[in-house]
Write a protein that binds this ligand. Structure first.
Ligand SMILES: [Zn+2]
Ligand SMILES: [Zn+2]
Length: 466
């Protein structure tokens, strides 16, 4: 009984999603009433509200968004029934062609044969949609709808295709709930790290270098304080510090696999007629350091820490202050060790993490990510590695949740999540086991048995980045 009653309240996620999705239809209807020339793409619900992507010859300014909101309120008052109907493929295409909606035609063309092509009609407006929806626009509280933002978005997320405008909105069954939500958003804006960074004189961004931060004098004081602390901790835990080159030859990145699997995220250049890449990760550099000399089992684990400046190409639309940049300093470390040392070493790393996070007063939760579908290495190796991580955690009384199939393609990993002042969680530290990279570079050590063995590599960062 209780469950049934719950089903049609806003606390029920499915109902909330349906409510918001119906709002996106109302948004599309309002836009088409006011600006019939605008073409519609897609309009789903999201975790926090809804959006609709549209192809418009003019930008949706705040004034226009207000007009659209007013029209949405009218549509809610009109209490239009939502009626579902299906059409055979040819008729469905003709239906959308007549309405000059090329994006909808493309969507219909891409629908698999066995899926019914359904439409929802509300008043004079009809949208292609699988549903479900509320049964009437009258169920939506018109004065508790707010269009919150408008951003650029690529059609089908493809940067080679049309740039559309995405109108975001939020809605609640009560005006007070909307007001409380908007107040929370305002609070987030007041705490926006980009604004604070500038006001406190910590860092800045300029159009001349999108995604590449400028550290200001006070920011450098903070940064250097973090780095001094980082050096003290790592010295205490028996790490050595190295620094490897920013730019290295293509052949290195081919051996490491980055040239094949990560090239789109790498900046490249040509020196003396040869291809080079700016490092997106520090691991291959560390491997070249290991490979300078022969090693015996007595040298292991070899713990190399590096404050590695890495460059990664991110699409301009994905950039977001310090949260998503194209250049950052990883507080990286790579540990080369024998398989049988993994559990002890992971325990040691977790203790180091504990020490650091307790200094900052940051509670954390741990996720263990297991073998993804697309992986290299044998299932046996994966099992051994995953168990080693799990055993290390349980041996020191740490709890964790399993994130199935979310490991890196070369090995399982532990991610440490921390919470910010607005209750959002962020992945901070990571410990990744890697059975593959040392093998790609034919790394060796001489074991106690006098035979040559390939070491395992652990990638780990405790801050994540400076
Ligand atoms: Zn729909
Ligand atoms: Zn690495």
């Amino acid at each position: 009984m209780a469950e049934n009653e719950n089903k049609f309240t806003f606390e029920n996620e499915e109902y909330r999603r349906t409510y918001w999705h119906t709002c996106s239809h109302v948004l599309a209807q309002a836009v088409k009433r006011l600006y019939p020339e605008v073409k519609l793409a897609i309009g789903p619900s999201i975790d926090n509200g809804f959006y609709y992507d549209m192809d418009s010859p003019f930008p949706f300014t705040p004034e226009i968004m207000e007009k659209i909101e007013a029209e949405m309120r009218k549509i809610c008052k009109e209490k239009l029934k939502l009626e579902r109907f299906e059409l055979p493929r040819e008729e469905a295409i003709r239906f959308m062609e007549e309405r000059e909606e090329p994006y909808k035609v493309e969507l219909i063309n891409d629908l698999p044969d066995d899926v019914p092509i359904s439409f929802y009609r509300q008043g004079e407006f009809t949208d292609l949609c699988a549903g479900p929806h509320l049964d009437s626009t009258g169920r939506i509280k018109g004065n508790a709808i707010k269009l919150t933002a408008c951003n650029a978005a690529y059609w089908r997320g493809d940067s080679n295709r049309q740039t559309l405008q995405r109108i975001y909105g939020i809605a609640f069954p009560k005006k007070e709930e909307l007001d409380a939500y908007l107040e929370r958003i305002e609070e987030a804006k007041r705490r926006d790290h980009r604004k604070l960074g500038r006001e406190l004189g910590l860092f800045a961004f300029r159009d001349e270098a999108p995604g590449f931060p400028f550290y200001l004098p006070k920011g450098m004081v903070l940064r250097n304080t973090l780095i001094d602390y980082w050096r003290r901790v790592h010295k205490k835990w028996d790490y050595v510090e190295i620094m490897t080159p920013q730019i290295m030859k293509r052949s290195l990145w081919e051996t490491s696999g980055h040239w094949d699997h990560y090239k789109d995220n790498m900046y490249t250049t040509v020196i003396d007629g040869e291809d080079f890449a700016i490092k997106p990760m520090n691991c291959p550099g560390t491997i070249l350091v290991y490979d300078l000399e022969p090693h015996s089992y007595k040298d292991l684990p070899m713990r190399c820490a590096e404050l590695g400046i890495v460059h990664r190409h991110e699409l301009s639309g994905a950039l977001h202050g310090m949260f998503r940049v194209r250049c950052f300093t990883q507080d990286d470390a790579h540990i080369l060790l024998a398989k049988e040392q993994i559990t002890d070493e992971v325990v040691r790393i977790v203790k180091l993490f504990d020490e650091v996070y307790s200094v900052f007063g940051l509670p954390y939760t741990i996720e263990l990510s297991t073998m993804p579908e697309d992986h290299i290495g044998t299932v046996e190796d994966w099992d051994i590695a995953t168990n080693a991580l799990a055993n290390a955690l349980t041996s020191i009384g740490k709890t964790y949740v399993i994130n199935p199939g979310d490991g890196a393609f070369y090995g399982p990993k532990l991610d440490f999540h921390i919470e910010d002042s607005l209750g959002r969680t962020w992945q901070c530290g990571t410990i990744q086991l890697d059975y593959q990279l040392p093998g790609r570079f034919n790394l060796e050590y001489v074991g106690a048995d006098g035979e040559k063995h390939c070491p395992v590599m652990i990638h780990r960062g405790v801050f994540g980045s400076i």
